[in-house]
Design a protein around this ligand. Structure first.
Ligand code: 5AD
Ligand code: SF4
Length: 438
């Protein structure tokens, strides 16, 4: 039996929503009197906050568990597996890895303290229930905060893209109440946040009583002390006129849009159940760019979806050429157990996927570099997020979500007026003009 833990470490994998969930679990455990430690090897309780979106995620969790059990100093910690692998595998996890004491799904982690008590009493503790919304109401108030904060406003997905495990691990689409979100945003700003990124698997599907994400953004715009608003990830079908207009009208809304298209082939999009075409996606971006001409566009792509031919892959290269992305994420298709695409004929050989991914990434990297180069000479505000490697150097983000390094005596959380001087593939160098505190 493992004693009641006094210290903990949360290790989050995967998306930003997991980062948010990991922070909230840490706050919960701290509210219970446990101490956060930076080194997993020194913690009495280790929470592995897992991701199930692609490749062998479960295998990675089992090898992490193996490492924790065999750690050099002291007894094995209490181990909790949280996140999407916990939801997908459930009771299978402690069956396969006896060292796991707690399994907790993404909709149930508000029960973590009770699960820890159960585990300390020598019982395996499992909770993968999906009660809509109760989690948020049961979480403690937000406390410490860096300049950039995540705020989950929407969870789950009803779109059922045929490759994707999210509708099964995160459940149906739910929107948190407007008032609760605005309260949490205020608490984050009081705790030091200058920028809030609204999160959701389909964040632009957020809604309540006829209000949409744009209304929420406009409400946050009125919070004093908040300087920047972002949101991610969006679905093309939920890109409303109101949200597009917000990009023209809301001063704090940053000129950046992450709008995944996944493929440039209409046949593949249909097989993916994406319910938009390459053309309709391009038309949405035209409207967004008309509203906010300098907007940076980002996206997600999957290569090697079952049945994807060379010609269909080239249509993906074509849509990338047409859009000209500032940033993007691209992945090899990974069959997810239980999803329709995993059963489809025409699974693409790994070597073909590798080759397509390389070609796509070469193009996307070149576009990102070109976008950075085109930014040289621009003046913009940079939100300082951390110290750089060299003395006196600080790192921050431009409005277009580029990393910028500069020499300045400004502190973390300051907004600095900067001229962008030089571009690399992944970051820019800038010079501070005038110091401005938000
Ligand atoms: N295989 C590869 N990539 C996937 N994604 C989602 N499911 C899969 C899968 N089975 C990608 C999509 C999505 C991003 C978060 O992960 O591009 O937008
Ligand atoms: Fe997955 Fe599609 Fe839902 Fe995104 S929209 S979470 S890719 S099912």
């Amino acid at each position: 039996m493992k004693p009641s833990p006094r210290s903990f470490h949360v290790k989050s994998f995967g998306c930003q929503m997991n980062v948010y969930d990991g922070d909230r679990m840490a706050e919960l455990l701290e509210a219970e009197g446990l101490e956060a430690v930076a080194d997993a090897d020194a913690a009495d309780l280790v929470v592995l906050n897992t991701c199930h979106i692609r490749e062998k995620a479960a295998e990675k969790v089992y090898s992490d568990i193996g490492r924790l059990v065999k750690r050099e100093h002291g007894p094995a910690p209490m181990i909790a597996v949280a996140g999407c692998v916990a939801q997908a595998e459930g009771a299978e996890i402690p069956r396969r890895a006896k060292a796991v004491d707690i399994v907790v799904g993404p909709q149930a982690y508000h029960n973590l303290p009770a699960l820890v008590r159960e585990a300390a009493a020598g019982r395996k503790a499992l909770d993968t229930d999906m009660p809509a919304l109760s989690k948020f109401a049961a979480l403690p108030a937000r406390r410490r905060q860096g300049p950039g904060a995540f705020l989950t406003v929407q969870e789950g997905c009803d779109k059922f893209c045929t490759y994707c495990v999210v509708p099964y691990t995160r459940g149906a689409e739910i929107s948190r109440p407007f008032a609760a979100i605005v309260d949490e945003a205020r608490a984050l700003v009081d705790a030091g946040a200058k920028e809030i990124t609204l999160l959701g698997q389909n964040v632009n599907a957020w809604g309540e009583d006829g209000k949409g994400l744009d209304d929420l953004i406009r409400a946050l715009d009125r919070i004093e002390g908040l300087a920047r608003i972002r949101y991610t990830t969006s679905h093309p079908n939920d890109m409303t006129e109101g949200l597009i207009r917000a990009h023209a009208e809301v001063g704090k809304l940053m000129p950046y849009l992450h709008l995944p298209v996944q493929s440039g082939s209409d046949r593949v999009l249909k097989a993916m159940n994406r319910s938009h075409s390459a053309e309709s996606y391009l038309r949405i971006l035209e409207r967004v760019r008309a509203a906010r001409p300098d907007i940076a566009i980002s996206g997600d792509f999957i290569v090697g979806f079952p049945g994807e031919t060379e010609a269909e892959f080239e249509e993906t290269l074509g849509i990338v050429e047409a859009v000209n992305y500032a940033q993007a994420f691209s992945f090899k298709y990974s069959p997810r157990p239980g999803t329709p695409a995993a059963e489809m004929a025409g699974q693409v050989p790994p070597a073909v996927m590798d080759e397509r991914l390389q070609r796509l990434q070469a193009l996307l990297n070149a576009q990102q570099f070109a976008f950075n180069q085109a930014s040289v000479g621009r003046r913009c505000e940079v939100l300082i997020e951390r110290t750089g490697r060299k003395p006196g150097q600080m790192l921050g983000k431009s409005p277009w979500l580029q990393s910028v390094h500069l020499e300045t005596d400004a502190a973390i959380g300051d907004l600095v007026e900067v001229e962008l001087l030089a571009a690399g593939p992944n970051s820019l160098a800038g010079a501070a003009l005038v110091r401005k505190v938000a």
